[in-house]
Design a protein around this ligand. Sequence first.
Ligand SMILES: [Zn+2]
Length: 140
Amino acid sequence: MPKDCFYCTKDAKLDALMIELSRFPASTLYLSKDQTNPGRCIIALNDHQTELFYLEPSIRQQFMEDVSKCAYAIQQAFSPDKMNYAIYGDLVSHLHVHLVPKYKTGNDWGRAFNNNTDNINMLSTAAYLSLIERIKVYLK
Ligand SMILES: [Zn+2]
């Protein structure tokens, strides 16, 4: 397990950025603490792998099913105009997908999602828990 990967160590760096929302056999869903795009989440593979093409086909299929299931829940909970799926990993290579609800009147509409730390919308713990419950309703 890489000691410099916060998805593996689940250390304070992870806690500063996100809150665990639900854990599945192949992946874990997190609510992003940056809620500039309301409902924004991150889903990370449970094991440390860096690329989709390194995954066993059965794991890749399960991971993409989890991505789809979580995106559906966000869509139901927040009714964005479009869901975006961003896999970058330049700086944090552990395979993860940004699930970004996009709104026609909101941030980055018509452009690629910019994970820009200069433009963040942090909420209270109570507000995060409320959003988590709102998404969990549709994960069942
Ligand atoms: Zn990792």
